[in-house]
Design a protein. Structure first.
Length: 360
């Protein structure tokens, strides 16, 4: 087979062009500073007995997530968790059924494994819930994996446990696993149900502390899988990560010991920003949207359809970024993130309004 060129245009954009004084492009929270945590130098060490996870972190995470420890596989963020899950479950030529619109990396990563990527729809007209007909129609006898996000990126739509069970049951009909990326799940806050892991035997969950808590730098991620698969994932990780970065594991334990601090900080940012966003959306007749009830992002349609021009003016004239919808396969939409501090977010929304006025 010829070597394939694999790359993510979205990730490249996010790393090189998203940054701006008023950044509404990021889906995560602004970085949580070290000063937010009572870290002592003696809490840290450079290396330690961390082979298949550092036992103190394994047990702290299992307790935090309320899952059995033998179902928990640590990973370097949700990104590697998704990669590992696909590496463990897919072979070239298999079919994978992925939601649309989707976080581009899920599709690109599946493509990297030379599988046939099929899609099922989560239409704006259904508030980005699952179009069940399209999910059923997308399944084939070769489908090994069905992939969705909960909360949904880019819309933040929350799927109910009933919807998750139904998706898992449909996947099970063809012997497929349901991969649920829960990286934004905790941003549902008060209505956050327990992780979907365990709702059915063929569910595998990936997640991390990176996005919702502004803790991207410590890469504390995980996979939840049935024990036999979890064991396979650990062994497969010997080929990828070998061992975790131990200092980051130690910092992750400190975070879990003082979790209330990072959770309160996240709420303190997202709650006022969600109010500001909903007031902004209600004031705009040029955006098709519903109020945001959970999550860090929303995905309105721009009625004029002039998204490229809008994003260009927004960046050049108003120092503000949003994600152009084409990165999520919906070129007439934009994704607006509300994870930066409330002053920056409110001002970014005001500037977005000015740019929208210009392209109307
Ligand atoms: C759906 C989804 N999964 C995974 C990731 C990456 O998460 P992490 O930073 O934990 O690797 C992102 C980042 O934007 C995402 O949107």
């Amino acid at each position: 087979m010829p070597p394939q060129i694999v790359r993510s245009d979205y990730m490249h954009w996010a790393k090189t062009l998203q940054s701006a004084p008023y950044n509404l492009g990021n889906s995560g929270l602004s970085a949580c500073p070290l000063a937010c945590l009572p870290v002592r130098l003696e809490d840290l060490e450079l290396s330690g007995p961390s082979f298949y996870g550092w036992p103190p972190l394994q047990s702290a995470l299992a307790a935090h997530l309320q899952v059995p420890q033998n179902c928990l596989v640590q990973s370097i963020g949700t990104s590697l968790a998704n990669h590992l899950a696909m590496a463990a479950l897919l072979e070239p030529g298999d079919d994978v059924l992925i939601e649309a619109p989707a976080y581009e990396l899920l599709v690109t990563t599946a493509g990297y494994f030379r599988v046939n990527v099929r899609r099922f729809q989560r239409p704006a007209a259904l508030n980005f819930q699952i179009d069940w007909e399209s999910l059923e129609a997308g399944l084939t006898p070769r489908t090994k994996l069905v992939v969705l996000t909960n909360l949904h990126n880019p819309s933040s739509a929350l799927l109910s446990p009933e919807s998750i069970r139904r998706a898992a049951a449909l996947a099970a009909r063809v012997g497929a696993t349901l991969l649920i990326d829960e990286v934004y799940f905790d941003a549902a806050f008060d209505c956050t149900p327990h992780t979907s892991f365990g709702l059915a035997d063929n569910i595998l969950v990936t997640s991390s502390l990176t996005k919702v808590y502004g803790l991207s730098g410590i890469r504390c991620g995980w996979i939840l899988a049935q024990p036999e698969l979890a064991e396979r994932l650990w062994r497969l990780n010997d080929l990828f990560g070998v061992i975790p970065a131990h200092a980051a594991e130690r910092l992750s334990v400190v975070v879990l010991q003082h979790f209330i601090r990072v959770a309160d900080r996240a709420r303190g940012i997202l709650n006022p920003n969600r109010e500001a966003l909903n007031a902004f959306l209600a004031s705009r007749t040029d955006l098709d949207s519903t109020p945001l009830t959970a999550g860090t992002v929303t995905f309105p349609r721009v009625r004029s359809g002039r998204v490229t021009e809008l994003c260009e003016i927004l960046r050049r004239k108003y120092d503000t970024t949003v994600v152009p919808g084409h990165f999520f396969e919906r070129p007439d939409h934009i994704r607006i993130g509300i994870g930066r501090d409330p002053v920056e977010t409110t001002e970014g929304l005001r500037r977005l309004g000015l740019a929208l006025d210009e392209v109307r």
